[in-house]
Ligand binder design. Sequence first.
Ligand SMILES: [Zn+2]
Length: 141
Amino acid sequence: VPIYEFSCKRCDRRFSLFFRTVAAASEGACPACGSAEIERAVSRVAVLKGDRGRAESLDTDRILDGLDDSDVGSFARWARKVGSEYDAELGTNYRELAERAEAGDDPIERIDAGYSLNYQVEKRRAEVDTPAQPASGDGTP
Ligand SMILES: [Zn+2]
């Protein structure tokens, strides 16, 4: 039997009701105050769990290991490696940075690569910590 969580618009309480169908749930009432003005409580859905686990498990010290950011060539090689591994999930563009560095254009990210990388990782973690809204509210469990 599906159990749905509701909140009461009048007294703001949360409670669970179960119904044979979602349509029948519209006939429910708040057990505390009796109000029929109840609405499905939006549950926090655990989405992007894989992404979050990945972002949280990123060890920036390890990623930065071996980088000599005072040397453009070393930075370019490092950025290319980091880009191939992490650009997609971090939303960064280290591969492009590598090309720019090799082309003689000195990207600002080289000056403090550690800071830049940590910033990107923190930003990504903050994003995946924000739960996405459920795609559909039709109540199908
Ligand atoms: Zn109520």
